[in-house]
Each structure stands twice: as structure tokens, then as C-alpha cells.
Design a protein around this ligand. Structure first.
Ligand SMILES: N[C@@H](CCC(=O)N[C@@H](CS)C(=O)NCC(=O)O)C(=O)O
Length: 213
């Protein structure tokens, strides 16, 4: 497998954790999202991912964008160490949790959105930070409420799932946006367990070949 990724892309970070968790070896191909206006916009890359985003997973002749779709594919093709659950309701609740991140948080604080806020609406750094803080806090307080009911060592009981793999990269994102996480007790408790796991450690931005301090 080949993963097109950027070290500090939270959506790529999710997939890196999932691949590590399932112990699937992969080749890392860096796509620099900023250099020269962003390599994600180059024609060659857009042949793989027409939206011009990372991650993209290539498996033989198969090409997949969207981390959620990649998670689905990985569970179907490598059913060991399942990312969702065999129980339909539990799987749907994990999916629901992931979607709070995937639709209510990450896309509205993404690089492209921050760039548009600046160039189209003249938002300065402080205004952009305030925008990101609002959406991060709205999402995090929702996740915290869910975790009050579902968490054990991890987001859903004592088993690592896709929920943890969506949560941890979003915390990285929130910290970059200077969000104060101290009030999210359940989130922080789960994070303490996740960061001990090999799959999560290997996937951290600072452990990627394209890491830049
Ligand atoms: N829903 C997509 C989100 C992908 C996405 O937004 N990727 C960001 C990095 S986290 C990106 O490539 N941004 C490039 C840009 O905004 O130009 C997924 O889950 O894979």
C-alpha cells in the first residue's frame, strides 16, 4: 500500500494510526500542503485525488480518497483488529462519534478554509484563531458528552476503535489552534491511554519522514 500523506494533516494521521493498528505495511509518500502553493493542487496528484487533499491510499490498482472510506475499505479487506465493531449499533455509534470530527470540526478549520477566510474575507490571524477555537470547542464539548457515557480506557470501552483514531489527530489540530483542552476530562483520560499505544506513537506527526519542526 502507498499512503499519500502530510505529517501534520489530521486526516492523514487518522489513516496512519489505522494502518499501524492493523499492522499493514505501507510506503509513505509526502505531499507538501504549503510548499509552492501546495503539492495537493498539482495535476499529477489530482489524478489520484480530484479534490486535492490528503490522504490518498493506493492499493495495487485501487485508489481511495477520504479517510472514512479508507477506514471502511481497511475493515473489509483486513478484518483483523476491527476499526468499527461487529455489532451494528456499536459500529454506528462509533461512526457517529467520528462524524462529529469529520463533518463538524476538521473540514471547517482546514487549511483551505483558513486560507479562504484570509483572502476572501480579510480575516486576520486573530480572527482565524477565534473561528477555529469556536468550531473546535463546539465539537470537543459534544465528544466529551458522548465519552461520559461510552468511554472506558478508550472512547468506546476498553477496545481501541476508529473513534480514538479520529479523536487523537483532532486534539493535535486543536492544540495547534491554541484551544484549551483542560476542561475535557474524559477526552484527556482517553488520550492518556492512546498515546501509550505503538500504533498511535508511530503515526504522530513528529515521527513522519516529512516532519518539519
Ligand atoms: N474528509 C477528508 C478531509 C481531507 C482533508 O481535508 N485533508 C486536508 C489535510 S487534513 C487537506 O488535504 N487540505 C489541503 C488543502 O486544504 O488545500 C478526509 O477525511 O480524508
Amino acid at each position: 500500500m502507498i499512503l499519500y500523506s502530510y505529517f501534520q494533516s489530521s486526516a492523514s494521521y487518522r489513516v496512519r494510526i489505522a494502518l499501524n493498528h492493523k499492522e499493514i505495511p505501507y510506503e509513505y509518500r509526502a505531499v507538501h500542503l504549503v510548499r509552492e502553493g501546495g503539492e495537493q493542487h498539482k495535476a499529477d496528484y489530482k489524478n489520484l485525488n480530484p479534490l486535492g487533499e490528503v490522504p490518498t491510499l493506493v492499493h495495487g490498482q485501487k485508489i481511495l480518497a477520504q479517510s472514512m472510506a479508507i477506514f471502511f475499505y481497511l475493515d473489509q479487506t483486513y478484518p483483523e483488529k476491527i476499526l468499527f465493531s461487529k455489532d451494528a449499533y456499536e459500529a454506528a455509534r462509533i461512526l457517529q462519534f467520528c462524524e462529529v470530527v469529520n463533518s463538524g470540526m476538521q473540514p471547517v478549520v482546514n487549511l483551505r478554509v483558513r486560507q479562504e477566510l484570509e483572502t476572501r474575507f480579510g480575516a486576520d490571524a486573530k480572527a482565524r484563531e477565534s473561528w477555529c477555537a469556536y468550531f473546535n470547542e463546539r465539537g470537543l464539548s459534544t465528544l466529551e458528552k458522548i465519552l461520559e457515557k461510552t468511554s472506558g480506557r478508550f472512547c468506546f470501552g476498553d477496545q481501541v476503535s476508529a473513534a480514538d483514531m479520529f479523536l487523537i489527530p483532532q486534539l493535535f489540530n486543536a492544540r495547534r489552534n491554541k484551544v484549551d483542552l483542560s476542561k475535557y476530562k474524559c477526552i484527556l483520560k482517553v488520550e492518556t491511554e492512546c498515546v501509550k499505544q505503538e500504533a498511535f506513537i508511530k503515526a504522530q506527526p513528529k515521527n513522519q519522514p516529512d516532519f518539519e519542526a
